[in-house]
Design a protein around this ligand. Sequence first.
Ligand code: NDP
Ligand code: 2IT
Length: 445
Amino acid sequence: MDAMLQDLFDDVVERNAGEDEFHQAVREVFDSLALVVRRHPEYAEASIIRRICEPERQIIFRVPWVDDAGEVRINRGFRVEFNSALGPFKGGLRFHPSVYLGIVKFLGFEQTFKNALTGLPIGGGKGGSDFDPKGCSDGEVMRFCQSFMTELYRHIGEYTDVPAGDTGVGGREIGYLFGQYKRITNRYESGVLTGKGLGWGGSQVRTEATGYGLAFFVQEMLTADGASFDGTRVVVSGSGNVAIHAIEKVHQLGGTVVACSDSSGYVVDEQGIDLALLREVKEVERGRIADYAERRDGAELGRDGSIWDVSCDVALPCATQNELDADAATRLAKAGCRVVAEGANMPTTPEAVDLLQEAGVRYGPGKAANAGGVATSALEMQQNASRASWTFEETEERLERIMRDIHSLCLTTADEYDLPGNYADGANIAGFTQVADAMLALGVV
Ligand code: NDP
Ligand code: 2IT
């Protein structure tokens, strides 16, 4: 790493002790910036890089609620408002027991550059809680969401900070959060949250957008290599919002998804994942992936190793951070995998990324490949602001265009910096320079 960047990185580690995922996300961006700081001394002069690593505001709060047994439960809530140079803070809320400040900061940092890549006027932020919705009744989830919003409402707003979903936060949770915001503020402020239901201010395609966008992005990657989805074997980890809609669009585009997973294991289904059954098991019953294997003829529950032992042409990690490590990358490359693109945020470890790139596997980083979700959130904000609602077809067309534009922005930026074909560097440099230029223009704030 460039000596100045190394000093800055050491400082980030010292100032944010114990936040490993945040350090990892910062390092990943810094690894792409050596040429940028040489070409743009003005960024260093205005301390842009140091400033970009420091969130504008970090909020941590107590979330007390009462469970069905009448016991008082206490969780911790977070909102990290990372960067508002390009627009109001924007990014999801994650409810998962692993959530702590380091996770929220890594996600908020990534979000800042991802949102810049969309070309839409949104800054970066992220939030969530160590609340575990698994096994909770609807009533418990509602009471938790109401308590969470009772603190969060004072920090957010259409022009300030606009949360949405992420792991553990889907349509049900956004509904309860919006209801409580509306009640406390006495405002039907549609633009305060995205991922709303279609009947109350939501946008067509937002639910599908991250997974669909990922498939569109991969289609562009394949086309750039003179290939297509036709006849490809695809493996998708996870079976939540992103995974399900990635599977759906990959099938529409001519690929076959032969395996998916959840935190309890993975399933291999050589006929292609039966999406209706998967949705029944995961979305309606909120069950486990083993229930899918049990009910589907010919499907096998993975017994050994991991989902990355299933041979494929295209691998799409769509579950969680650091789920694809160096061993997995080596096995994927050896088995002939040609493309790895990230539906999840930071699912591939840095060692795995290096191994993939050295083996000639095309690597599509999350901040580009999964940007379709937040891009469609920005389209939802646009519709809310103008009190309009667009058709599914029109919204999907816009999403596809945005993903094509992000894909070509990554490649043209990589070319400009003599790093041809390197999507990771292209995405980091394009996202960073956009935010940095706006920060320069706005002065020392
Ligand atoms: P969901 O909660 O809908 O689904 C998450 C899926 O990943 C589930 O199958 C879950 O399994 C699995 N999973 C979660 N945590 C772990 C873990 N620690 N180990 C193994 N498996 C795990 O979340 P999303 O689909 O919305 O999000 C998935 C990823 O995509 C996250 O990284 C998120 O940040 C990212 N993302 C989401 C966007 C969105 O619009 N929702 C946009 C861009 C990125 P189980 O059911 O067993 O918990
Ligand atoms: O990681 C992400 O981009 C998201 N969870 C979506 C954020 C959003 O505001 O739609």
